[in-house]
Design a protein. Structure first.
Length: 139
């Protein structure tokens, strides 16, 4: 039994084949485009994570470098003079009197951040406007 397709049937099969090919091509390109978008988003996420870690490591390195650098007593005294803070120097001890709360806190924060090489400090407050800070330097 040999069946021969008519011209209309052959035309219909060709049209259905073209339509199936177009639909398969459309879904294939859509799938590939979605996978590329997912991959791109994943790469951006990983790059952002890497940049955050890199920035954190840079901050840690900067803190470590600043920790290793000690501000000398002379540099600290120059900083006090630049901020118009009067002090008395006796050997390796500095007496800063008449400080306000804010000034005393600023000096102590500066000592902490600049890693000033101090041996000890004494903080005494009679009133909130008359704070005495005595700093003894190493060496």
């Amino acid at each position: 039994m040999n069946y021969k397709f008519s011209a209309r049937e052959l035309l219909l099969i060709k049209i259905l084949t073209v339509i199936a090919f177009v639909i398969a091509f459309f879904y294939g390109t859509s799938y590939v485009a979605n996978e590329i978008t997912k991959s791109k988003n994943l790469i951006f996420f990983e790059v952002n994570k890497f940049n955050e870690k890199k920035q954190l490591l840079a901050q840690i390195k900067a803190l470590e470098n600043s920790k290793n650098l000690e501000l000398s007593a002379d540099d600290f005294l120059l900083d006090l003079t630049a901020n118009n803070i009067s002090y008395e120097q006796k050997d390796d001890e500095i007496l800063i009197s008449g400080l306000s709360n804010v000034d005393a806190l600023e000096i102590m924060t500066n000592i902490e951040e600049s890693n000033v090489a101090i041996d000890s400090f004494k903080f005494s407050a009679g009133e909130s406007t008359n704070i005495i800070l005595t700093i003894k330097f190493n060496g």
